[in-house]
Design a protein around this ligand. Structure first.
Ligand SMILES: Nc1nc2c(ncn2[C@@H]2O[C@H](COP(=O)(O)OP(=O)(O)OP(=O)(O)O)[C@@H](O)[C@H]2O)c(=O)[nH]1
Ligand SMILES: [Mg+2]
Length: 274
């Protein structure tokens, strides 16, 4: 299965992002702590290479802590990087101070030239459904940016003032035109950053079952109804997806399986390894 997805609104999102770039002092790039490699958009990196950047691994509450530490050690060599959870708020308090210290030199330069201080403007970027809007809401303590448990919720750019010194730009999620590594596409679909409508859910679920069997075998035990490999029928049976004739609705089973996997019900999981 190869997943290729660059619909019209992604092209538009890229255009909007480029238009906003000149108003922006810094970038807060969100990665998914479960996918610290596959969730970082190489196209974004190229577009934003000249801007000071904070790398934040979100959804750290869903990721394998030992791996998050290993990844941050590696990613932290390129610049500031730390884990957060936009929904619980854990780690989020570090963002504004880090942003301010990232910009201090530049602001001092401007002050020395007599330029009046204005708020730092930072753009929040990342792939769809990674928690950009949730993070902004956590920082403002309100629900000013629209969020939702599916990709493509934010459509336009929106500036939101965090405090008198910092303004953040919420942006639509961006995916890159082609996945060099087919596994990356599957992982992104598994965590919900690619619309379920464009993937074969049953095929993807079978792939995820195999992946979990190899890396987190105990995660699947909840579905076990007999010996051998766990099947979609087992999941259907465990979750009551019975249809007429004593058969199971395997599509429904796959959907429930993803819902549970994405909510962390199967445990904390990191899918990118090195
Ligand atoms: N468990 C967990 N869920 C999170 C976290 N951050 C965001 N979410 C959930 O992830 C989903 C997507 O969040 P959004 O904030 O809408 O994501 P987004 O990056 O703005 O998505 P787009 O606007 O579609 O690009 C929502 O269901 C959030 O509740 C987190 O740190 N942990
Ligand atoms: Mg959003």
């Amino acid at each position: 299965m190869s997943i290729q997805w660059f619909p019209g609104h992604m092209a538009k999102a890229k255009r909007l992002l480029l238009e906003q770039l000149r108003w922006v002092d810094a970038v807060i790039e969100l990665g998914d702590a479960r996918l610290p490699e596959s969730s970082l958009n190489p196209m974004l990196r190229e577009l934003l290479a000249d801007k000071p950047k904070l790398l934040v691994l979100n959804k750290s509450d869903l990721a394998d802590e030992a791996w998050t530490e290993r990844w941050l050690e590696r990613l932290g060599q390129e610049g500031p990087a730390f884990p957060v959870s936009a929904t619980s708020g854990s780690g989020v308090g570090r963002i504004v101070p880090r942003l301010e210290s990232l910009m201090r030199g530049k602001q001092e330069q401007l002050a020395a030239r007599g330029v009046r201080a204005r708020p730092i403007r930072a753009m929040v970027v990342g792939i769809p459904n990674i928690g950009k809007s949730s993070l902004i809401n956590q920082l403002t303590g309100g629900a000013r940016a629209k969020t939702g448990n599916k990709p493509g919720v934010t459509r336009g750019n929106q500036w939101i003032r965090i405090n008198p010194r910092v303004e953040l730009l919420d942006t639509p999620g961006l995916l890159w035109p082609k996945f060099d590594d087919p596994e990356a596409g599957r992982k992104l679909a598994a965590v919900g950053s690619i619309k379920d409508e464009v993937v074969d859910s049953e095929e993807l679920a079978l792939w995820l079952i195999k992946w979990l069997e190899e890396h987190y075998p105990s995660a699947l035990e909840r579905y076990r109804r007999g010996p051998g490999e766990i099947t979609l029928e087992d999941i259907g049976r465990a979750r009551g997806c019975l249809v007429q004739g004593g058969r199971f609705d395997t599509l429904k089973a796959a959907q429930i399986f993803f819902k549970e996997f994405r909510a962390g019900t199967l445990g904390k999981v990191t899918m990118d390894r090195f």
